[in-house]
Write a protein of this length. Sequence first.
Length: 268
Amino acid sequence: MYNLLKGKKGIIFGALNENSIAWKTAERAFEEGAEFVLTNAPASIRMGQLDVLAKKTNAQIIPADATSIEDLENLVEKSMGILGGKIDFVLHSIGMSVNVRKNKPYTDPNYDFTEKGWDVSAVSFHKVLNVLYHKKAMKDWGSIVALTYMAAQRVFPDYNDMADNKAYLESIARSFGYYFGRDFNVRVNTISQSPTPTTAGNGVKGFDGFINFSEKMSPLGNASAADCADYTISLFSDLTKKVTLQNLFHDGGFSNMGISDAVMEKFE
């Protein structure tokens, strides 16, 4: 523990169970001295174990549909009331593809499903930023982080339309991040994480095989959910005050690899 977030206040979206990156981040933020509000969609709260995390971290839970401006306005207003003022950090850890859940291939999607996944996984981030911006809810030198994956830049066929959603999410971070930096000295970044066995990750076809491949391709191996939480805490802290508009690869080096000895051995 380094007290990196001592006295800081935040909102953490998307914790579902102890496998969630948002869950691990909440635990680490609490250890580093932060206070925060936990939020998720009402259905996800019913499905998950958020009450356990709230008790462990002395946090309050405010249900919110991240695709609803009205819900987000209520969330931000209540959070500032609970936390006693403006927000220092926000984590957006939300993603869902109905096409993936329904086994609809990328080449033949249900476009209603596509639109729903896009709204939940990407447009929700724009809506969160919109509400925070117009309510002037972020403190000077605050930090907003969203989680992404490098399928936004490269082809991973079974990641399906989530790849498009992540590409859009990263663009939002850059575009809205400019205005947050210019107007409020607030930084906005995305973390491109290794494949991680979360509830969402495990829903991707062929995930077990791919996570093993990624482990052998990465010189440092895959970054775990706990590793990602540590990295996220560093971005919430005052040690990264001039880092913004970045898509930051946190993947053990996978993103810069062409081939590794361990992978080559499988084909020789």
